[in-house]
Design a binder for this molecule. Structure first.
Ligand SMILES: [Zn+2]
Length: 116
């Protein structure tokens, strides 16, 4: 069953065509530790952005490998786009912005992004 999510004001809304995940990744890199995001990774064919792309701005740093999007209105970061280390397109879903997902019930694994 697909799950959905949005930024706080609703200018960014998405649907992910897969069951709501029970696991998430926390990363300690310089941006993720500031944003406290809970990551889930999916592929572009499963991701549908339901709102116009001009609702968000994009921040890139370091190798510019990942497009970190944030809402122009409310500042939330419900998703990002980039490539896997293998070079395949991926979409990062911030489960903090997903609907009906209990963040406290997620099984968390830790990724040492600070070492990259
Ligand atoms: Zn917003």
């Amino acid at each position: 069953m697909p799950f959905t999510g949005s930024c706080h004001c609703g200018a960014i809304r998405y649907t992910v065509d897969e069951d709501p995940p029970s696991k998430a990744v926390m990363c300690n890199c310089s941006i993720c530790r500031r944003k406290a995001q809970l990551h889930h990774f999916t592929t572009p064919d499963r991701f549908t952005l339901e709102t116009p792309r001009d609702a968000f701005e994009t921040y890139r740093f370091n190798h510019h490998a990942i497009a970190h999007h944030h809402c122009r209105t409310c500042g939330c970061s419900p998703f990002a786009e980039g490539k896997t280390p293998q070079g395949e397109a991926m979409v990062e879903i911030n489960l903090r912005c997903a609907d009906e997902i209990d963040a406290d019930a997620l099984e968390i694994s830790h990724f040492d992004g600070a070492k990259l």
